[in-house]
Design a protein around this ligand. Structure first.
Ligand code: PHE
Length: 445
């Protein structure tokens, strides 16, 4: 095994995993679609109660077992029960997510180039640029997908400390700097106040059951939960690190970045009188158009913005590979190099199939049971695998580990009240919330 994280390295890497496309791309558009302020409040509640409890739970499993996300469950289960290894299915879900996360990062590279060479000047052009990329520019997408996967392989080969930790040590401060600059600029716009109002003044009439579910789903995704990532990273955490404090810190950083990205993006959108409800196209269609209207200065802002998105994406992508790598190394006694190439090769090919399934030429061939391959993969992971694994993790720690040991470990890091609140959450509240979410998504209730 390679060397583990330093104390600060772990926090940075976990924050690097959490802060990703989910914060800068997805959070603003989901907030826009769900009416702003009220959704933000739901999201904050979901992070504080559901997301943070599971984050702490995963961190505990990793830190105590110091094993991969399958063996880790077995190692700390009451009677060393082998069946708990099945909880490791989440590692597989992670690699599926990574296969499409990688080519979406590829889109960002394409937009970085567009930012330099010329942004779309009309709404039609902006829409066509995006649609064209997905449906027709297969070669471009595969090229950037290859570059992203190769970068991940390169970092992973260098190991946890010299690869992942170093990458985060460089990219996270850069990301913070760019976001700070963009925030400062958005403050000079008249629309800044409107953006703040939109984000923080709740209009409860806009809230539906779906908004609640979207908030919980987003809390899961944004904290990188349910895919064995936090377990795997925590397994390389310094032995004397405080897993509760670092969990809280990462949740705060992640939430702050989402809120700041939201304020920046809505200031830009409102400055141009654009709508907040553009969905996934918000960042790839609405924003480029606005940047184009600002001339050369807009191009500079565009480059900064897409760089931020790229950096945030890469640090998350790298974290998604590690659970599989650690699993393969420990389970099959494989060399790290072999494990990296095996996992990456699999996700590389799956990613290409997924991107082809959205193209005009191959879409039909890769559509079955009413959805294309990409939609199936997205649905099976985000809506099925993630909630199930969150549920399993809560039930596991709530009922199937030695409680006095659990209590002792927690109270060595925090006070007993925090432990009690956490235990009530993972035993009762979070599993029920996830079960409701899950059944609703599957349209059973
Ligand atoms: N948390 C990352 C984000 O918000 C996404 C991610 C999900 C990363 C799952 C790793 C695993 O974009």
């Amino acid at each position: 095994m390679t060397a583990g994280f330093s104390r600060i390295g772990f926090i940075l890497a976990a924050a690097g995993s959490a802060v990703g496309l989910g914060n800068i791309w997805k959070f603003p558009y989901v907030t826009g679609e769900n009416g702003g302020g009220a959704f933000v409040i739901l999201y904050l509640i979901a992070i504080a109660f559901i997301g943070l409890s599971i984050f702490i739970a995963e961190s505990y499993i990793g830190k105590e077992s110091r094993a991969n996300a399958a063996a880790g469950y077995q190692a700390i289960s009451k009677s060393n029960n082998k069946n708990w290894r099945w909880a490791g299915f989440q590692i597989f879900a992670g690699i599926i997510i990574l296969s499409f996360y990688a080519f979406i990062i590829g889109w960002i590279i394409d937009y970085l180039i567009i930012s330099v060479t010329g942004l779309p000047a009309t709404i039609k052009e902006a829409e066509d640029t995006f649609t064209n990329l997905i449906t027709h520019k297969i070669g471009t997408q595969i090229l950037f997908h290859t570059i992203v996967v190769a970068t991940m392989i390169f970092i992973a080969l260098k190991g946890v400390k010299n690869g992942i930790e170093k990458l985060n040590l460089i990219l996270m401060p850069l990301l913070a700097l760019i976001l700070f600059g963009l925030l400062m600029y958005s403050m000079t716009l008249d629309s800044f106040g409107k953006a703040i109002d939109f984000m923080f003044m709740p209009d409860w009439s806009k809230v539906t059951v779906d908004s609640v579910l979207a908030a919980v789903g987003q809390a899961f995704f944004t904290l990188s939960l349910g895919m064995g990532i936090i377990i795997t990273y925590s397994a390389s955490m310094a032995k004397d690190a405080n897993f509760i404090k670092s969990s809280v810190f990462v949740a705060i950083v992640d939430t702050s970045v989402a809120l700041i990205a939201g304020v920046i993006i809505f200031s830009f959108l409102f400055a141009a009188g654009a709508k907040s409800t553009a969905g996934p196209g918000l960042v790839f269609i609405s924003l480029p158009l606005i940047f184009a209207g600002w001339g050369v200065f807009g191009q500079i802002i565009a480059v900064a913005f897409f760089c931020a998105l790229l950096f945030a994406g890469i640090t998350s992508a790298v974290s998604l590979l590690e659970p599989s790598v650690r699993y393969l190394v420990e389970k099959f006694d494989m060399s790290r190099v072999k494990a990296i190439f095996l996992a990456s090769g699999f996700l590389y090919i799956l990613g290409i199939l997924a991107l082809l399934s959205m193209s005009a030429d191959y879409g039909e061939a890769l559509t079955f049971l009413g959805k294309n391959l990409f939609d199936h993969m997205d649905y099976l992971t985000s809506s099925v695998a993630l909630p199930i694994s969150g549920f399993v993790t809560c039930i596991f720690l709530g009922y199937f580990v030695d409680k006095s040991e659990l209590k002792a470990k927690f109270t060595s890091q925090t006070n007993v009240m925090v432990f009690n609140i956490w235990l009530v959450l993972v035993r009762y509240i979070v599993p029920v919330a996830i079960a409701l979410l899950f059944l609703n998504k599957l349209e059973i209730i």
